[in-house]
Structure formats: structure tokens, C-alpha cells
Design a protein around this ligand. Structure first.
Ligand SMILES: Nc1ncnc2c1ncn2[C@@H]1O[C@H](COP(=O)(O)OP(=O)(O)OP(=O)(O)O)[C@@H](O)[C@H]1O
Ligand SMILES: [Mg+2]
Length: 333
């Protein structure tokens, strides 16, 4: 049986449909990411799961029980909001202890519990500091520990890492995932960062304009995007139009042809560390194509405006029939 089940959830805000017929299920211990552009309804969906908002129609089930109208305080979740709002006049320790004190746990109990939480998120050394004396990453971990303090059945995280710089974010991704696995706590994390979703999630729910576009593992979503929106939103991809079909192919799946292929002109090359990103124009129809070539391979590229032949392996082409053509990029001449 699924742990959490969302069934036909719809939510309007005024005249605007923020969520439209949302359906998905979650297993116990799973780490699910809600991924989509700003305004697509991620926070609204998370708030409905938490019980902070009610859907207009549809139901939420937890362990098979209908909890659609259950008060948030009876749902046993831990939540870290989009802005992680710690109490500024309390130390890291006191912030984490706050919810426990409210629950009237014994003093010794609280001390032991917080001690283990502090070491779980590597904060023991800063436990007496106030939020203003902590780095962004440390504040984020305090917020996480505070959400975990009450031993919640599931954890809801709304863009917990968005305010942090790349290095700290990468480290915290691992730490959050490790903590989640250690505690085997079912987790839903909202993000608009595709890399974050790809690296952290067991499965990703890709959303757009209040609808689910695809639900699958990171690998499956990257390899077999269900529609052009998903293909375009996750990773880089080329859309190439031929007759009435659109083929999509990732830049790393296009090869430079040694003995012919599709003729293209090199417009631009960019060194990106592990690979070169080439921008080319197909001679046949002036479509723009991005190609990634590993920088470790010895490559003999022509100068810009030089001729290159491309090979598009058929097994790497993803086919979209009768879809919008708006994703196709033409070269400016
Ligand atoms: N109280 C409200 N009144 C009017 N519109 C609202 C309200 N709350 C949310 N919306 C709209 O509903 C849509 C979904 O909002 P939501 O906050 O769920 O998006 P999001 O995916 O979390 O975006 P972000 O990535 O920017 O946080 C947005 O277009 C937003 O403008
Ligand atoms: Mg949001």
C-alpha cells in the first residue's frame, strides 16, 4: 500500500487554477522531488499535503486513511518552509528544542534528543550560537533538525537549499539525503533546480502550470522525457523537425561524423571544463543544434563557420508526434 496518495487534487486561487487533477502515490521511505518552474503550484501542493490548505476537490490519503480534512497538527509531518525562519532570539539549540518543549517532554529527554540531532546534522560545535552568527548552510541545518525533532512520519521541504551558494548546496544535498536514508523518513522536497532533483530524488514529479507532466526516476525522466516540456526543462536538448515529427536528442548523444553525416556549420565553441559545447547550424534547414564533445578526447575542430558532419544515432532520438513546434531554435543568419 502506498504511504501517501494524492487523488484528483484540484485547487483554485480566485479564478486561477493553481493545481489541476494531481495524482500520485508515494512509498514509505521514498524521497520524492516536486520539480517545476516558478509559479507551477509546487508550494500549493506541499501545503495541501501538510493540511495548511484544503483542495477544492480530490483527496489525500495517508496509510489508506482519508486525511483531506485532518488538521495539520494531527498529521505528524516536519516541514521546512521556503524561507527557513528561525527564531532570531534563540540559539541553535533552543530553536531545535522549541517544538519539544511545547510537547512537554522531560528535560533530560530533550537534552539527549537534541544532542543526537545536533550531531546528526553536524552542528554540535555551534549549538550556542544565534541564527545571525550562523552561516546560511548552518541555519538551513538548524531548520532541518528542528523539523526532525518531533520524529515526524514524513518530511516536507520547500526549496530548502535555494538561498545557498553552489558549494554549500552540494554538500547539504548529500547531508539531507544521508539523514533521510538514516532515518528512513518519507520525504517530499520542492525544488525548481533540476540538478538538485536529479541528484537527490528516488522519483521526480515534473510539474507545469498546475499539472503533472511526468513522474518517474531521474534516469528515466532524463532518458525518456514524456513530452517536449519535460525534455526541455530537464537537461539540455535539441529539437529537430523533420516532416510532421519532432525528434529530440541530447547534446552529448550527437557525434561528429568521421565519414559524412548531416552537414552543419560551426557557429560557436565554448570550453566548459569536462566538455566543449558546440553550437552549430544545420545546412538543410538552418536549425540550431547544440553538441557536447568530451574535452579529454583529442578533437580537431574547424574554425568558426567551418563545416562539420553530425551523426544522430537513431537509438538516441526521442520522437514527439504532432507537438508544438515552439521549442525549435532557428539560427539567425
Ligand atoms: N493566495 C494567492 N492568491 C492568488 N494567487 C496565488 C495565491 N497563492 C498562490 N497563487 C498562485 O498560484 C500559483 C502557484 O503558486 P505556488 O506558490 O504554488 O508556486 P511555486 O511552484 O511554489 O512557485 P515558486 O517556485 O516561485 O515558489 C502561482 O501562479 C501563484 O501566483
Ligand atoms: Mg514555492
Amino acid at each position: 500500500m502506498s504511504y501517501l496518495k494524492m487523488k484528483n487534487i484540484t485547487k483554485k486561487v480566485g479564478n486561477f487554477t493553481a493545481l489541476s487533477d494531481i495524482n500520485f502515490e508515494l512509498k514509505e521511505g521514498e524521497f520524492l522531488c516536486l520539480l517545476g518552474p516558478s509559479g507551477c503550484g509546487k508550494t500549493t501542493l506541499l501545503r495541501i499535503i501538510a493540511g495548511l490548505e484544503e483542495p477544492d476537490s480530490g483527496k489525500v490519503f495517508l496509510n489508506g486513511n482519508d486525511i483531506t480534512n485532518l488538521h495539520p497538527s494531527s498529521r505528524n509531518f516536519g516541514i521546512v518552509f521556503q524561507s527557513y525562519a528561525l527564531f532570531p532570539n534563540m540559539t541553535a539549540y533552543e530553536n531545535i528544542a522549541f517544538g519539544l518543549k511545547n510537547k512537554k517532554n522531560g528535560k533530560v529527554d530533550i537534552k539527549a534528543r537534541i544532542g543526537s540531532l545536533l550531531s546528526l546534522v553536524n552542528l554540535t560545535h555551534v549549538k550556542s550560537k544565534y541564527p545571525s552568527q550562523l552561516s546560511g548552510g548552518e541555519q538551513q541545518r538548524v531548520a532541518l533538525a528542528r523539523a526532525l525533532a518531533l520524529d515526524p512520519g514524513f518530511l516536507l521541504l520547500d526549496e530548502p537549499l535555494s538561498a545557498l551558494d553552489a558549494k554549500v548546496r552540494n554538500r547539504l544535498r548529500r547531508e539531507i539525503r544521508e539523514t533521510q536514508e538514516k532515518l528512513n523518513i518519507t520525504t517530499i522536497m520542492v525544488t525548481h533546480d533540476q540538478e538538485e532533483a536529479l541528484t537527490m530524488a528516488d522519483r521526480i514529479v515534473v510539474m507545469n502550470e498546475g499539472r503533472i507532466m511526468q513522474i518517474d526516476t531521474p534516469q528515466a525522466i532524463y532518458e525518456f522525457p514524456a513530452n517536449p516540456f519535460v525534455a526541455d526543462f530537464i537537461g539540455d536538448i535539441n529539437f529537430i523537425e523533420k516532416d510532421s515529427t519532432i525528434n529530440a536528442i541530447r547534446p552529448e548523444n550527437i557525434n561528429i561524423g568521421k565519414n559524412g553525416g548531416i552537414e552543419a556549420v560551426l557557429r560557436h565553441k565554448e570550453f566548459r571544463g569536462a566538455f566543449y559545447r558546440l553550437t552549430l547550424c544545420l545546412k538543410e534547414n538552418n536549425q540550431m543544434v547544440k553538441v557536447d564533445i568530451p574535452s579529454s578526447g583529442r578533437l580537431n575542430l574547424p574554425d568558426n563557420e567551418g563545416k562539420i558532419f553530425l551523426e544522430l544515432p537513431t537509438e538516441k532520438l526521442i520522437n514527439y508526434k504532432d507537438q508544438e513546434h515552439s521549442y525549435i531554435n532557428k539560427c539567425s543568419s
